[in-house]
Design a protein around this ligand. Structure first.
Ligand code: BEZ
Length: 189
């Protein structure tokens, strides 16, 4: 996958196309966020205090990782994906990452419970895109109505420098975590 990283994409993009042709995804309605773009000035919610956070402010002046998951407590997200970032947090910091965020279309209370269940506090900050506004705007929404009851996030990871997307990988199969795992990102930093 390091070659894929060097080429600037991961197998995910081909997979998304296949899923899209199979009619399992909503057609992209807005822009698609891509490498080189600035994050939108959009408000999401962090934590059970329901603190509103502006994406541009949150990522300004920092070198950050933002990964997205289809849902808190789903098997792959809980067993593999979130734990990989908790485990590798210190290594990511050592490579110059100043903050790590996990985004899902889940409410902040669920996100907090998920963080608690995984010892993520103080390492991975949880962002709730409860209304799927970011994932829709970014072209990263996934219609999982049949499985999880609504519009969710694709499984993705971004490296963001001073609010600008420097790297973006999307999983071909959202139920699996491969190129979006922490150790894969570590290798590409
Ligand atoms: C998962 O295990 O992460 C998952 C399960 C169902 C739908 C999407 C993701």
């Amino acid at each position: 996958s390091s070659m894929m990283h060097r080429l600037g994409f991961c197998a995910g993009q081909l997979g998304s196309l296949r899923l899209r042709l199979a009619g399992q995804l909503l057609p992209a309605r807005a822009m698609s966020l891509k490498v080189g773009d600035k994050l939108p000035a959009m408000e999401l919610v962090e934590g059970p205090e329901m603190k509103k956070v502006n994406l541009q402010e949150l990522f300004a002046g920092q070198r950050s990782i933002l990964f997205g998951v289809p849902g808190a407590f789903t098997p792959t997200c809980s067993r593999v994906h979130l734990p990989s970032y908790v485990r590798d947090y210190d290594k990511l910091k050592a490579k110059g990452i100043s903050q790590v965020f996990c985004l899902a279309v889940n409410d902040p209370f669920v996100m907090q419970a998920w963080s608690d269940a995984n010892g993520a506090e103080g390492k991975v900050r949880m962002l709730s895109d409860t209304q799927a506004i970011f994932v829709e705007a970014a072209g990263l929404s996934l219609d999982l109505s049949h499985l999880l009851g609504g519009l969710r996030a694709k499984r993705f990871v971004m490296v963001i420098e001073d609010g600008v997307v420097k790297q973006l990988d999307v999983e071909p199969d959202p139920t699996k975590a491969t190129c979006t795992l922490a150790d894969e990102v570590l290798q590409s930093l």
